[in-house]
Design a binder for this molecule. Structure first.
Ligand code: IPE
Ligand code: IPE
Ligand code: MG
Length: 246
């Protein structure tokens, strides 16, 4: 039976977080400009949103642009910002019709007003939807996320911070932390993605370049997740599954 067989029963992670990496190499392999890889990467994102929704994933959080990605050549940064704006405008109705709730996490103050308005409109339009929660991390950094959470806690009058204070203000605090992290493109690092939220997430790395990430690739990641034993510090014998197995 192939891993893409829809009759296979899978343990579906509720929250999947993805570093969509490898667009540039995908393009380079085809002697195309890097930005063509980003364009195809957007198609892969569209497909992944649909696949996650159909598989029953509740939250999908994707890394689209890091606080470090501003260091790229100005024309690539400009292309990515424009692609983000155009896709916000183009896709929002389709996302809304599919009952998807869209949210953008990260800093907003380095965007132009057009992008800020586009985000606000997309979030407002889809806020009441009950299907997949799609969070797009743009100008996002895990360090920056923790610092902004600490600053908000301090502004609310706290002097000595607890984990609960950070948790109360960190991005995505209203949903369960990611169950499964996927990074495409072969690098085995976190690159300043959701540092706080990934503390107990199952990590999965694949050589597949992001534009090639399809349903079978997603299912392979979910199958790997299904093999993991999540102990959260406990022993195997303490887990409820252990009772069922014996
Ligand atoms: C990921 O692909 C997309 C962004 C960071 C915006 P890359 O552009 O990093 O692709 P590679 O890693 O150079 O292949
Ligand atoms: C991480 O990818 C950020 C995104 C996918 C948006 P990078 O390709 O920028 O990561 P590094 O710098 O190689 O670690
Ligand atoms: Mg990269």
């Amino acid at each position: 039976m192939s891993s893409a067989d829809s009759t296979v029963t899978r343990l579906i992670p509720r929250h999947v977080a993805v570093i969509m990496d490898g667009n540039g190499r995908w393009a380079k392999k085809r002697l195309l400009p890097r930005v063509m890889g980003h364009k195809r990467g957007l198609d892969a994102l569209e497909a992944t949103v649909k696949n996650c929704q159909e598989l029953g994933v509740e939250c999908l959080t994707v890394f689209a642009f890091s606080t470090e990605n501003w260091r790229r050549p100005a024309d690539e940064v400009g292309f990515l910002m424009n692609l983000f704006l155009q896709s916000l405008k183009k896709q929002v109705k389709r996302l809304h019709n599919n009952n998807i709730r869209l949210r953008v996490i990260g800093k907003r103050d380095r965007f132009g007003a057009d992008i800020r308005d586009g985000i606000a409109e997309a979030e407002a339009l889809t806020a009441g939807n009950s299907g997949l929660l799609l969070s797009i991390a743009v100008d996002y950094g895990g360090h920056q996320d923790i610092v902004q959470a600490a600053n908000k806690a301090i502004a609310s009058g706290k002097t000595e911070l607890t984990e609960a204070d950070i948790q109360a203000h960190i991005s995505l605090n209203d949903v369960a932390t990611p169950d499964l992290f996927i990074r495409t493109g072969g690098e085995t690092r976190i690159s300043n993605f959701l540092l706080w939220q990934l503390a107990y997430t199952e990590l999965y790395f694949t050589e597949t370049l992001w534009p090639d990430f399809d349903l079978a690739a997603l299912q392979a990641a979910i199958d790997s997740f299904g093999q993991r034993e999540r102990r959260f510090g406990r022993t195997s014998e303490q887990l409820p599954e252990h009772e069922q197995r014996n």
